[in-house]
Design a binder for this molecule. Structure first.
Ligand code: SF4
Length: 188
């Protein structure tokens, strides 16, 4: 693809967005990327009980060049971080990332120097999945939500407008901490 990025906004681009979104969400190929115990639940999703093939996603790719979804299943060690990034860089674009479990999302119980405290320090994450470990049903739910996101992705002029709107909303956002509030007096 690429020509859709040049199209002006309008009915044609909207129709093309829907078509491209449907085609992309119906042909997601996950990369095999189990790092720890969460990978057991990830593998269970491919079994007959949960049957990932219903979404056309049963083909787990052993080469990143034929994959566009990375499911980070487990804690990411400092040693593994550059490897993970290299695999992400080699994946076909557009590509998506699901952070599966608390360890991948925030380091979880491994609050130490050997573990990356959140895989979003290494790659952009589209969906965060809580739990230790998340059940296969939770992963399926995350996949369905990712499909919705892919289906509603913008292209060309619409994407540019969306980026500008998000930037403007970010600048309008108020700080969460009121730095002007005086410290509470402590009675003795
Ligand atoms: S979230 Fe729990 S199951 Fe998943 S890798 Fe961490 S410790 Fe293992």
């Amino acid at each position: 693809m690429g020509i859709e990025e040049k199209l002006p906004s309008g009915v044609m681009l909207t129709t093309l967005e829907q078509l491209a979104g449907w085609a992309r969400k119906s042909s997601v190929w996950p990369a095999t990327f189990g790092l720890a115990c969460c990978a057991m639940e990830l593998m269970a999703v491919g079994g007959p009980r949960h049957d990932l093939a219903r979404f056309g996603m049963e083909r787990a790719s052993a080469t990143p060049r034929q994959a566009d979804l990375m499911i980070v299943a487990g804690r990411v060690s400092q040693k593994m971080a550059p490897v993970l990034r290299q695999i992400y860089d080699q994946m076909a674009a557009p590509k998506w990332v699901i952070s599966m479990g608390v360890c991948a999302s925030s380091g979880g119980m491994f609050n130490n120097y050997a573990i990356v405290q959140g895989v979003d320090h290494i790659v952009p994450v589209d969906i965060y999945l809580p739990g230790c470990p998340p059940r296969p049903e939770m992963l399926l739910d995350a996949i369905v939500k990712l499909h919705d996101k892919i289906q509603n992705s913008k292209l060309g002029a619409h994407r540019q407008a969306e980026i500008e709107e998000r930037e403007a909303a970010g600048l309008r956002r108020l700080p969460l901490v009121d730095v002007g509030t005086p410290a509470r007096e402590v009675s003795t």
